[in-house]
Write a protein that binds this ligand. Structure first.
Ligand code: C2G
Length: 442
């Protein structure tokens, strides 16, 4: 029996895919089709595959041509598969000529002529791209702009910033540089807001009232009720309102959450997250709790939930600015667990995340919020496991993909749940209401 194997993404399955599979099947007696996972595909720069892995597998199954369907998950898997399944022929379209010659050591490699005039990318580009406006100052705006170029279905067509130096970065780009927020709203379908947190509520409200989708740097608002109001406004108008916390979209962080939820360290009793930096500050600066709080709170609320029983906030406050903390520590008590965050813009500490459980603990080294690596550690050190992942674009890329998909499907695909966003806003509110103990005035 001659076994043939072929691989592909098979997004929006079309005639070119069908013909490829038919010819591959005719090369032998048994056809194995490898369907590439979203993650693996993203690494190769194919961002925003429109269909889920299950949908793509289903399209291949529906052809009736595959005797076996497998999932391609990692670099180097092809050699493993060829050996494991005893494959005789590796077949692939001619757009890959030469790329897979290294497999000749293991089996025959056949490049089949690609069908002209049709491709998933062409079909995808028939979907209208979302015009996105960026609002605010700072290097994150530039990062969002650069990352947006890698995401299918999103085009940054306008930027609203009052920083003359930053404007220069975009001089040669095809976009409108605007000083006025209202003017920007007229040009876009959606906005990413990175203005000072005190402006978020009013800017989001304005955007939603004009029918624009919103992605906003967390915190979305500085009071819980404001969040609830904005959330309601968005859903009543079929608009997407997404909380932007880049870490939520990092592959390592997501895998970590899955392993914890699967029980790999047993029951969780403590989550401790530290995020600090030393930054110059002025009147426009974000205080420590709003700049670092959402990220540090994310693992606590995602793992232990949002129904804590008690919390105490302790802060180091600027003498002449009562709501400007240079450092804050929050301790939480949950029904069966405790948690803490330490955040600071003027205090430096080890930026690690430790999740303690009944059977072991997860250790994410500094800076944990943009990590590609973590460890699960146990009493018996031989059981320790290290996990490595690729961190592309600090998570921004996948956040934009989730935003674009949410808009397209009319359904929120965000990785930060509404209740987590709401709980973050509640912490901001308590802080704004001075519900903290002062460690010291500075
Ligand atoms: N194909 C074709 N004609 C087209 C489009 C695609 O013959 N007009 C072939 C491709 O060459 C490939 C298969 O159909 O062999 C699947 O195409 P894609 O879904 O675009 O997958 P691709 O990104 O080429 O993935 O590591 C190799 C990859 O997994 C192949």
């Amino acid at each position: 029996m001659i076994k043939v194997i072929t691989y592909g993404t098979y997004d929006l399955f079309h005639y070119g895919h069908q013909r490829l599979l038919e010819r591959a099947k005719n090369l032998g007696d048994y056809l194995i089709v490898g369907v590439t996972t979203d993650d693996f595909d993203k690494k190769r720069g194919k961002i925003n595959v429109k269909q889920s892995l299950m949908e793509r597998i289903e399209s291949v199954r529906a052809t009736g041509l595959a005797d076996e369907i497998i999932v391609e998950e990692y670099e180097g898997q092809k050699i493993d598969d060829i050996k494991r399944y005893g494959v005789d022929i590796f077949a692939i379209g001619s757009d890959w000529v030469g790329e897979f010659d290294y497999l000749k050591e293991f089996c025959d490699v056949v490049y089949l002529p690609r069908t002209e005039g049709i491709s998933s990318s062409d079909i995808r580009s028939e979907y209208r791209s979302v015009n996105l406006g960026l609002v605010g100052n700072g290097n994150i705006i530039k990062k969002f702009f650069d990352e947006s170029k890698l995401v299918n279905g999103i085009t940054v067509n306008a930027i609203c910033t009052d920083n003359e130096k930053e404007k220069k970065c975009y001089e040669n780009e095809e976009l409108s540089l605007i000083d006025d927020y209202d003017e920007l709203l007229n040009l876009v379908d959606a906005v990413f807001i990175l203005s000072h947190p005190s402006k978020h509520y009013s800017q989001i409200k304005k955007a939603l009232n004009q029918g624009k989708h919103v992605l906003c740097e967390s915190p979305i608002a500085l009071a819980k009720n404001e969040y609830v109001e904005l959330e309601k406004l968005a859903s009543e108008n079929d608009l997407i309102l997404m909380d932007s916390i880049k870490t939520a979209y990092s592959t390592a962080f997501n895998r970590l959450l899955l392993l914890i939820k699967k029980g790999n360290i047993g029951d969780v009793y403590s989550v401790d997250a530290t995020c600090t930096s030393i930054r110059e500050y002025d009147d426009k600066s974000w205080n420590s709790i709003s700049s670092w709080g959402p990220t540090a709170l994310l693992p606590i609320f995602q793992i232990l939930g949002v129904d804590y029983k008690n919390k105490t906030i302790s802060s180091l406050i600027l003498e002449d600015k009562p709501n400007f903390d240079l450092f804050t520590k929050i301790d939480f008590q949950f029904e069966n667990a405790v948690a803490s965050i330490k955040v600071g813009n003027s205090v430096k500490s080890e930026g690690e995340l430790i999740i303690s459980g009944s059977e072991g603990y997860a250790y994410v080294p500094a800076p944990w919020w943009k990590t590609d690596y973590f460890e699960l550690r146990y009493e018996n050190q031989e059981d320790n496991k290290k996990y490595f992942y690729q961190l592309d674009g600090e998570g921004i890329r996948y956040e934009l993909v989730a935003f674009a998909k949410s808009i397209e499907l009319g359904k929120n695909n965000a990785y930060v749940e509404n209740q987590v966003s709401k709980a973050i806003c509640k912490i901001m509110e308590d802080f704004e209401n001075n519900e903290f103990d002062i460690i010291n005035k500075y």
